[in-house]
Ligand binder design. Structure first.
Ligand SMILES: [Zn+2]
Length: 190
C-alpha cells in the first residue's frame, strides 16, 4: 500500500480519544517500514545516478538491499518490540508504535503480488503472493487502487476530529487533495 495510506489508516485505527500524543507514534510506526525504500532511492538514484530501469528492475531485488528493507518489515522483530513495550516497559507509546508497524505489515501482506517483503525475516524466506496488488493493473490494481482512495478518504474524515493542532488538520487536508487529484489525473489522462 502507499505510504500515505499507511499513515492515515494506522493513525485512524490507533488514535485514542483524549490522547492526541499517541498519533505521532502511530504515524512513525506507519511510515518507518517504507523509509528504507526512500533511502535506497536517494542513494542509488540521486547519489549514484543509477538509471531507473536498473534501479527497480534488478538493484531493488539484490540480497543486500532486500535484507535492509526486510529488517523494517520483519514480523518477528516487531513482535519482540511489542512484547518489550507492553510487558517490560509498560509503555503505551512503544506499544502503539509496534502495533502500527505490525498493521503496516498486515496491509502490505494483502496488497503485494510479486514484490512483497520476507515477512518472517530472518527466520524464513517465505513471501506471500497476494492475488491482488495496490499498483499492478495485471493484478486487480484497477479495482484495489480506487478502493484504497475511498478508504483513505473515510479514514481521513474520522481522523480529522481526533487531530488537535491546526498544522495536523491542514496537513491531512493537503495530503487528501494531492492523493485524490493525482489519482484522477492518472486515471483520466494516462
Ligand atoms: Zn510497506
Amino acid at each position: 500500500m502507499t505510504t500515505h495510506s499507511h499513515a492515515i489508516l494506522n493513525m485512524a485505527l490507533l488514535s485514542k480519544r483524549g490522547k492526541p500524543f499517541l498519533n505521532a507514534y502511530a504515524f512513525i510506526g506507519a511510515v518507518l517500514p517504507d523509509l528504507p525504500i526512500f533511502v535506497f532511492f536517494i542513494i542509488e538514484s540521486i547519489i549514484r545516478k543509477t538509471p531507473g530501469h536498473e534501479l527497480w528492475g534488478s538493484l531493488y531485488f539484490t540480497e543486500s538491499w532486500q535484507n535492509f528493507f526486510d529488517i523494517f518489515n520483519s514480523v518477528p522483530f516487531i513482535l519482540i518490540l511489542l512484547g518489550i513495550g507492553y510487558y517490560l516497559l509498560n509503555s503505551e507509546r512503544v506499544t502503539v508504535f509496534a502495533w502500527s508497524l505490525l498493521i503496516h505489515c498486515a496491509f502490505d501482506f494483502l496488497t503485494h503480488h510479486d514484490d512483497g517483503h520476507h515477512h518472517f525475516f530472518p527466520l524464513s524466506d517465505y513471501v506471500f503472493e497476494s492475488p491482488v496488488s495496490y499498483w499492478d493493473r495485471n493484478h486487480y490494481a484497477g479495482i484495489v487502487a480506487p478502493i484504497e482512495r475511498v478508504v483513505f478518504l473515510i479514514a481521513s474524515i474520522y481522523l480529522y476530529g481526533r487531530l488537535k493542532t491546526r498544522l495536523a488538520r491542514w496537513g491531512l487536508i493537503a495530503v487528501n487533495v494531492l492523493f485524490i487529484a493525482s489519482y484522477l489525473l492518472f486515471f483520466f489522462f494516462l
